[in-house]
Design a protein around this ligand. Structure first.
Ligand code: ADP
Ligand code: MG
Length: 729
């Protein structure tokens, strides 16, 4: 009997209920462990408090003397919450969060006295010597100097017994070594560009924030079952496993009643989130069995990104308490829906206006249309960069495979807004007559809110969809750090808005046009120019691939192919112009990702070879031996006529041999191809070799292993089966 699998199954079936404490109202818990404005008011002097608020709102520098006051207040608050340690909490280019804990505890001299201490210097800046984190060659380890610096725009929090201080991570030469630094720079660019454009409509606008509401999809698999699968543990996905007789075809899981164990996990998780000020709001079953989704109320983008990174970590830990392994991988199970992370994005002003929300007032709607059309134009200009930014080995299983969304980037806006844009396309070239303007305001621009209300058609196959008052970038992978796609989106829209302003100002100055005439004129041209990126049809269909190609849209199906756009002249110029990343930083990120891709496929290839050879083949041979004994026995009994009785057994014996042969040959060849790939010094060539030469073996090897799963005695099969992982609740 396959002991590990059956022990795991037994364990999973004997789970007892985990108690979840939910005594307080959530609003009472909210932000309890966050050093938010309320806590700061209590623990800081007035001038310290004001300097932090000024840093948050206006990006001003915090005076060194005040930093000492702030750190002391923060320490006292943290200790009152049970903290013993502090850490700079940052997001290096590994894609995970990083922390190095130091105790507040310190001894004083030789007299044996000790105190709790946390200085302004320790709050503001640290040198964690994290020299093994990826830098893409920016740091050489012999001069391993990188430092973390406090980001006051994201409040400190206590998680467990540690005070966590969100920080950026940069090299001493100033290059970003993390995801947060470019994100913050992109937010500044967008703020500047969007505020300038807002001033056409409302002089009171002095700041624009990007907003993000992410939706996180994930799977929950019983811990014992997950841990019985070496592939899940080491690569986050199953490299083999036959589809269960029943999958998601009945749609009986989606939006169904949440299984009790999963619900307990969610309640526990949400309680932790409340304390940490993460405003989680929505939970539901997703399409695949044991797949779920979690979504918060949207927040300012930097904070939302931090909260998403934090929550992935918390989910892991709360999962352990409930004996679950949380799977974030984009495609943990073949033939079963994968997971994504929709990034709902918009812009919001200091006056409280959502710039992508239509209004009742025609003039406000011109503002809405301005931001709406500029975003579409930005996506049109940079579609290939968008694809590049969400590329990863694991996300390739969704994009470019036959699952949503496709690798072709397009924008869905719905039929009603399409009509509006079609009308705007007809606007007169040059100055508008009073009649035309009145008509536009009354019948086109003025009608938007009304029509949007009954605009219920939603296209789930679109990678970038307008959903009423925000755009939704749906192609982001479930394992991804949202910072990268958000940095890119802020950047391309900032750049586009800058250009828009230049063009409008030019028409006003040179052609003596009125401001709104000029705006209509520029928007008209943008609508015409960016038409190719708009697509309302089925994004999964083959027809769209053909149509997309005709329109000249990129369709980069694999990561090595897609990543090229990241180091294109256009991308480098974009980031350089907006001072988000210099060329060195852009190249470094590309290098890291290209290498990361090869490593990823290499690990999977080794794992698959190991499982196929050391688990599958020996099991198949054992079972084949049983059959051989059986055939021999039949021969003993029936003599020469045994073949009539043993025909089926002999067929299976032969089928097993045949599959074993293919697996073994496949693994041999895959190893040889890997050796050739490893021989490339050029990391780009290596990545392409892994993608185009090594990876194709996965399917053939898997095919024969999965066939054996169907032939071999269930009791002997060592790998926990799909039905067991997906349907154990
Ligand atoms: P769905 O897209 O699944 O139908 P919703 O429309 O309710 O769900 O929103 C999904 C996510 O979009 C939520 O996380 C929500 O907070 C976020 N969201 C809503 N409005 C905005 C906005 N203005 N900016 C950013 N995110 C938003
Ligand atoms: Mg959504």
């Amino acid at each position: 009997m396959a002991t590990l699998r059956f022990n795991a199954l037994k364990e999973s079936l004997q789970r007892s209920k985990v108690h979840v404490e939910e005594s307080k109202r959530r609003s009472e818990l909210f932000g309890q462990n966050v050093f938010n404005r309320q806590a700061m008011r209590q623990h800081l002097t007035k001038s310290s408090y004001e300097s932090v608020v000024d840093a948050i709102e206006n990006g001003s520098k915090i005076d060194r003397n005040l930093a000492d006051h702030i750190s002391t207040g923060m320490k006292e608050w943290a200790i009152s919450k049970g903290a013993t340690h502090y850490t700079h909490w940052f997001q290096p280019l590994t894609g995970f969060t990083a922390e190095k804990h130091d105790a507040f505890f310190e001894t004083l001299g030789d007299d044996g006295t000790s105190i709790e201490k946390f200085t302004g210097g320790q709050l503001v800046q640290q040198e964690p010597d994290a020299s093994s984190l990826p830098s893409g060659g920016i740091r050489n380890t012999f001069e391993a100097r990188g430092y973390t610096a406090w980001d006051p725009t994201s409040p400190a929090f206590v998680w467990g017994t540690t005070l966590c201080i969100p920080t950026i991570f940069v090299s001493y030469t100033g290059e970003a070594l993390d995801y947060k630094t470019p994100l913050l720079r992109s937010l500044q660019s967008l703020d500047k560009a969007a505020t300038d454009v807002c001033k056409y409509f409302d002089r009171k606008v002095t700041k624009v924030n990007a907003t993000l509401g992410w939706e996180q999809e994930y799977f929950l698999v019983d811990k014992a079952l997950a841990e019985s699968r070496p592939d899940l543990i080491l690569s986050g996905r199953t490299l083999l496993g036959h589809a269960p007789a029943k999958g998601q075809q009945m749609d009986d899981h989606y939006f169904g009643s949440i299984p009790t164990r999963a619900l307990d996990f969610m309640r526990d998780l949400e309680t932790e989130c409340m304390k940490l000020g993460i405003p989680v709001k929505t939970r539901h079953n997703e399409v695949a069995p044991n797949q779920f989704e979690l979504a918060p109320i949207f927040e300012e983008a930097n904070l939302a990104v931090d909260h998403n990174s934090l929550i992935m970590d918390i989910m892991d830990k709360v999962g352990e308490r409930h004996n679950f392994k949380v799977l974030f991988h984009e495609k943990p199970f073949k033939d079963v829906n994968g997971s994504g992370k929709h990034n709902n994005w918009s812009m919001s002003t200091n006056t409280g206006v959502n710039l992508l929300s239509p209004s009742k007032k025609p003039m406000k709607n011109l503002q809405f249309l301005t931001f709406f059309v500029n975003t579409i134009k930005a996506v049109y200009e940079y579609e290939e960069l968008i694809r590049a930014t969400i590329a990863s080995a694991s996300n390739d299983h969704r994009l470019g495979a036959n699952e949503a969304p496709p690798a072709i980037m397009s924008v869905f806006i719905g039929s009603q807004l399409t009509k509006v844009l079609n009308e705007l396309e007809k606007v007169t070239d040059g100055k508008l007559s009073p009649d035309e303007k009145t008509d536009l305001k009354l019948n086109v621009v003025g009608k938007i809110p009304e029509i949007l209300l009954d605009n219920t058609d939603r296209n789930r196959t679109s990678p970038f969809a307008f959903t009423g008052n925000k755009f939704e970038l749906r192609a982001v992978g479930s394992t991804a750090n949202c910072a990268e796609p958000m940095t890119m989106l802020n950047a391309i829209v900032a750049k586009q808005l800058k250009e828009f302003k230049v063009e409008v100002d030019k028409l006003v100055k040179n052609k003596k046009m009125k401001k709104d005439d000029a705006i209509f004129n520029v928007l008209r041209e943008y609508i015409k120019k960016s038409k190719k990126i708009r697509f309302e049809g089925d994004g999964y269909g083959e027809a769209w691939e053909k149509e997309g190609a005709k329109r000249g849209l990129s369709n980069n199906k694999t990561t090595p192919e897609a990543l090229k756009a990241k180091i294109s002249k256009k991308a480098k110029a974009l980031y350089k112009e907006l001072k988000i990343m210099n060329e060195v930083e852009v190249e470094a990120r590309y290098d890291i990702q290209i290498e990361d891709y090869s490593k990823h496929i290499q690990i999977e290839a080794r794992l698959l070879g190991d499982i196929a050879r050391n688990h599958v083949i020996p099991t198949a041979i054992s079972y084949q031996n049983i059959l051989i004994d059986n055939v021999k026995g039949l021969k003993d009994i029936y003599g020469n006529s045994f073949k009539d009785k043993a025909k089926e057994q002999m067929n299976i014996i032969e089928a097993i041999s045949n599959h074993i042969e293919h697996i073994n040959k496949g693994v041999d060849e895959m190893i040889e191809t890997r050796k050739k790939a490893n021989a490339f010094e050029d990391e780009v060539k290596k990545a392409f070799a892994y993608c185009n030469e090594v990876k194709p073996y996965f399917d053939t090897i898997r095919y024969h292993c999965d066939k054996l799963e169907l032939l071999v005695d269930d009791e002997m099969w060592p790998l926990t089966k799909y039905r067991e992982m997906l349907f154990t609740k």
